[in-house]
Design a protein. Sequence first.
Length: 329
Amino acid sequence: MRPSHGFAVLAVAAVAATGMIATPAAATTDDPARYAWLKSCPRGDGSVPCGSWMLTLRSGKTVKLPGAQVHPRSADGKVDRTTSNSISISNDGRFVNYFKGGGLVVREVSSGKVRPLPGGTASLPKGIGQSDVDTTLSPDGSAIVVDYYDTANRLPTLVVNLKTGETAKLPPKNSLMGFSPSGKYLLTSRFTEDNITEFTVFDAEGNRTASQVIPQIVSNNAPVALADDGNTVALVISSESSRPRLRTYDLSADTVSEAIGIGMPKDETAQRLSWDAAGSLTLWTSRSDQEGELDSAVKRTLNAETGSTRKLDSFRLRKNVWVWWLPGE
């Protein structure tokens, strides 16, 4: 597979301004994670990640993640201090996943309780370093996808149920696009031998439930999101000549809906898209300053029938931050 994370990569050296530092116990169930971030420190002619992994909560409080490994360790034990490990936050902001003590753990934001992934899934296979792994939490944090980048591309991707410990396997050549809102289905994509794109949907037990070679209008645009029916895919159509538009793709019928305009400002760029259980969409967008650096992020509801939006959250970014990750990444 390949990483599903995308927004954080665009956000290197930018993050929202934060409030006071708090201990994990200060967080409450009504104060989920807004984003995770790492500080940037100068080194030679450039910069490197430094300090501790931090969580900024919806209230504006900032929480340290003690023991969260910043720099990736390779399979032979070497630490690369020029880059950082990835991190994953559930879409509801209640759980965060990272490396601690060499293994993968999940932390509950409200209580600060940390537990390793069940069974042997917390440990990495032989020959796999920390930078050879990508993880994605389900929307409610009850499951996690662990994807390995082995050279032979033979290691299956794991879907781990964090409540029961049961583990399902997905084909290594399929790239995770995301979960459905309930976490029941997973949307994946792969390039076929004919160099065309195929979407495949699996359930949380690893069973294939739908598959379709998709049209270019779908494969050439992003972000995309899978609805809870395991069949409907929403996608944002972007081009330099027109405003962003929304389409839906029916996997079983192999049909694409008419495009509708999205009610968002001209200076914003669509970055992430997700359905909720009620059938509404959530859209994350970004804004850039005059130098082209990310300046702020905005979260909106998006009506799938009309294209109208309503702002749910927004925050400005600050300089001197190496990278940041949003809920759902």
